[in-house]
Structure formats: C-alpha cells, structure tokens
Design a protein. Structure first.
Length: 66
C-alpha cells in the first residue's frame, strides 16, 4: 500500500464521518463526567454533528460522481 492510497482513504467522507462521530461521543462523555463545562460540551457536540452532516453530503456527492 502506498502513502498516497492511505492518504486517499483518510480523506474519504466515511473517515471524516467517523472522526466527527468520535468528536460527538468525546464531547458528550467529557461533559457528562464534568471534565469540561456544559456549554463547552454542547459546542463540541454541535460541531461534531455539523461535521457529520457535511460528511454525509460529501459522501452523497462522491457517490453521484461514480
């Protein structure tokens, strides 16, 4: 496997969606355990959900071009 193919897979909409899902889960857990305040946890979760929406749109766009 070459470096360019690995980078191509990391830049895929699916990888971005999984990273944003991890962001949502991390923000939720950190806010739940009180590591960050509630407002910061909400901001992290909202950013993660916005990223998921963008990833889904990118995934839909890439499927249309195939």
């Amino acid at each position: 496997m070459s470096v360019s193919s690995v980078l191509q897979q990391l830049r895929s909409p699916r990888a971005a969606m999984l990273a944003n899902l991890a962001l949502v889960m991390t923000g939720s857990v950190l806010a739940l355990f009180g590591v960050v305040d509630l407002l910061t946890g909400i901001v992290i979760v909202v950013l993660g959900f916005a990223g998921i929406v963008v990833s889904l749109l990118g995934q839909q766009d890439s499927q249309e071009h195939e």
